[in-house]
Design a protein around this ligand. Structure first.
Ligand code: ZN
Length: 178
């Protein structure tokens, strides 16, 4: 950040009084421009023993498969955001069960909240950000063509829990790859 979004003056990058880390702050109008983690909301849409995946039509990871997910918007709950993403990317409607996976990725300042949700029908298809949308049995999952390790892990949890008949909340902190 170079200029204050409140008044247009040049901002400094320093530790504000009483704070413990540097922020972009404006010495002209006094605004402190906090930057906090972003929340990604998503869903594991399932039907019977199948789950729905989307093949990405956009970068990053164009052409690879993922669960419907995206950045949470202002003014919506995480569950509403997950349903919205499912509709936008897969034109699919789900009835959400529970929050299923929570992942923190501190080094890229992201938090993932992934729900489980049963498809209400099989009337789905690719939205603008997807090339294809398909239901997969466990043995049909394109494991080698998954876009994001977090989604791979979520799907592995899903099928393991399904075998046990108990879906529990999974939490994880993804550390920077060395
Ligand atoms: Zn300012």
């Amino acid at each position: 950040m170079k200029f204050c979004s409140h008044c247009g003056h040049t901002v400094a990058f320093e530790i504000p009084m009483g704070d413990d880390r540097p922020r972009h702050l404006c010495h002209d109008c006094g605004a402190i421009h906090y930057v906090n983690p972003r929340v990604i909301v998503g869903v594991v849409p399932y039907l019977g023993d199948q789950i729905l995946l989307c093949k990405r039509a956009i970068e990053p990871r164009l052409g690879l498969w993922t669960l419907p997910a995206g950045f949470m918007e202002n003014g919506e709950s995480s569950e509403e955001g997950a349903l919205r993403e499912c509709w936008e990317e897969a034109l699919a409607r789900v009835r959400t069960d529970d929050l299923y996976c929570v992942y923190d990725i501190p080094h890229i300042n992201q938090v993932y909240l992934i729900y489980r949700g049963e498809l209400t029908d099989t009337d789905f298809g690719p939205g603008p950000e997807s090339l294809e949308v398909e239901l997969f049995h466990e043995d049909e999952i394109p494991w080698d063509d998954m876009a994001f390790p977090i989604m791979t892990e979520t799907i592995q949890h899903y099928f393991a829990d399904r075998k046990e008949g108990i879906f529990k909340l999974h939490r994880g902190v993804i550390e920077r790859k060395l």
